[in-house]
Ligand binder design. Structure first.
Ligand code: UN1
Length: 513
């Protein structure tokens, strides 16, 4: 692998042996160490003693170098006809498909979700590249009739420049692909900072992009902290476009700073998604979906089902079956056979889950119905495991019903009827995903109309958005932009209004006939 530095001198502590893989940044068309030579370790959250490799811990000078190169590369990349770009994305589809199993294995090893989930994560990147290869043959503008004779109006789409892309650890290849692929397809160049906890999947994606034959200078990856590398990207005067996925707290700062500099900024932030279960719902199906939505990815999705709102008549039966189903989850290292739920991504993340369980236990009236403990013994002793946890008798204003937990904790609430369920579902700051289980078509359509969320599913879990559909949320979940599908191409391109007057004389709009 070209990217693994031959010099093993900097290998981090692994008992004095020098087998540790040393990964690098990719800046200005070359793999390179951080300018200050600093490195950080990447470890397996299911087996903390498993050291995966080391990655650069870059200073902001590395961002400066990446931006300079990306600016230069933009001058030529913007002129490459989109159908030619499309062919490169088609090659990327082939390469990622060939490497899917290895990339999934690597991803499970570095962030913990089971291999069947990480295969899906890689597939989401493949789907995103498929979509881009088609989009390259469209990139439509519009023709619009002019109000004057002998005049022609149209709009075209223009690339913008260098895009600063900052991604989270829970979808380590899918979310970077949602950003990098449409940014490049639209003719921009990229400076990419992946999450510190999942640098290997980001590295794998960049390597696949380079192997597909894209001009190397159009994409840069700078590993490092949010505080130094991320902040510098957001505030860099030569990066006009910022896309960030992460917490609402960080998003507010990024939004403030980037907007002040008049940048185009897209933010995908938190969620507190509810699954509503009406009395007429198919109970088994609703339980299956609440297990997948609540405990898939160990609850570490922005789209995770964090609340289940049951109509009174189905509540007790639902809770009974939900607990029985949660007991069947097999918790462990996700590259092992039969595992259905992995660890939390880090010690800090598990600590935050444990804190929320304590908060839930103290909330007046809430009952811990299942789980509630960190798993620290036997096969679980070397990782950041936590039991799937279910609270019942939860009231809408409790902290566990309001705040994003980002872990395997689900609150079950009771609703008197459909209107009450909608009110509870909407009674939060966030608005990303939502689900309603009902056989009543009127309620299904009212859900689309009345739920304050960017995504509403009928009879399907709150997780599992498809890459060619718009993805994003309302309220505190973001600032109105969408990733995925056709909408993201609006974000990564400017619209230019073009007029051609072929009358040969002065024609004044709004004045002459
Ligand atoms: C996220 O949780 O940040 O819809 C993204 C889903 C996935 C993407 C989740 N396709 O659950």
């Amino acid at each position: 692998m070209a990217s693994e530095a031959k010099d093993k001198k900097k290998a981090a502590s692994n008992g004095g042996k020098s087998k540790t893989k040393v990964y690098q940044n990719f800046i200005a068309g070359k793999w390179c160490d951080a300018a200050n030579g600093q490195i950080v370790e990447n470890r397996n959250p299911a087996m903390w003693s498993d050291l995966i490799g080391t990655f650069p811990h870059s200073p902001k000078e590395d961002v400066d170098r990446a931006v300079k190169s990306a600016q230069k590369a933009f001058k030529t990349w913007r002129l490459v006809p989109p159908p030619q770009k499309a062919k490169l994305f088609f090659r990327l589809v082939e390469i990622l498909t060939e490497r899917k199993e290895q990339h999934a294995f690597d991803m499970t090893r570095e962030m913990g979700k089971p291999i069947f989930e990480t295969r899906g994560d890689v597939q989401e990147a493949i789907d995103t590249a498929w979509y881009a290869s088609g989009e390259g043959y469209r990139m439509f503008g519009k023709t619009v009739p002019s109000e004057l004779n002998n005049k022609f109006n149209m709009t075209i789409r223009m690339p913008i420049g260098v895009c600063g892309l900052i991604s989270p650890w829970n979808f380590p290849m899918a979310i970077p692909s949602w950003k990098i692929i449409p940014a490049l397809m639209s003719g921009n160049t990229v400076v990419f900072k992946p999450a510190e906890m999942t640098p290997l999947s980001a590295h794998n994606l960049i390597e696949a992009i380079l192997d597909a034959g894209f001009p190397p200078e159009i994409v840069n990856i700078v590993h490092g902290s949010g505080k130094e590398v991320g902040t510098h990207i957001v505030n860099h005067p030569d990066i006009p476009v910022i896309s960030f996925t992460g917490s609402s707290a960080v998003g507010k700062v990024i939004g403030r700073d980037a907007s002040y500099m008049l940048k185009r900024v897209s933010m995908e932030l938190g969620g507190k998604n509810a699954q509503i279960v009406m009395n007429d719902a198919d109970l088994e199906h609703a339980v299956d979906c609440a297990i997948w939505g609540g405990f898939g990815t160990t609850g570490q999705r922005c789209t995770a089902t964090s609340r289940v709102i049951c109509e009174e008549g189905i509540h007790d039966a639902f809770v009974d079956k939900y607990i029985k189903a949660a007991k069947k989850l097999k918790i462990g290292y996700g590259n092992n056979e039969g595992i259905t739920m992995g660890p939390c991504v880090s010690e800090g993340q598990r600590k935050s889950v444990m804190d929320y369980v304590e908060i839930g236990k103290k909330e007046d009236g809430a009952t811990l119905a299942y789980g509630g403990k960190a798993l620290m013994k036997g096969d679980h002793a070397d990782g950041w495991f936590h039991e799937p946890t279910i609270f019942v008798d939860v009231k809408p204003n409790m902290r566990i019903a309001q705040e994003e937990i980002f872990g395997p904790v689900v609150s079950v609430l009771k609703a008197k009827n459909f209107d009450d369920a909608l009110k509870i579902s909407n009674g939060i700051d966030y608005g990303l995903s939502s689900a309603v289980f009902t056989k009543n078509v009127d309620q299904a359509f009212r859900s689309f109309r009345d739920i304050e969320a960017g995504i509403t599913y009928i009879n399907a879990a709150t997780i599992g958005a498809e890459a060619h559909m718009p993805f994003g949320g309302m309220k505190a979940t973001g600032n109105g932009h969408r990733e995925g599908g056709w909408e993201v191409y609006e974000f990564y391109s400017e619209t230019k209004a073009c007029y051609i007057d072929y009358s040969g004389k002065l024609q004044r709009a709004q004045i002459d006939d």
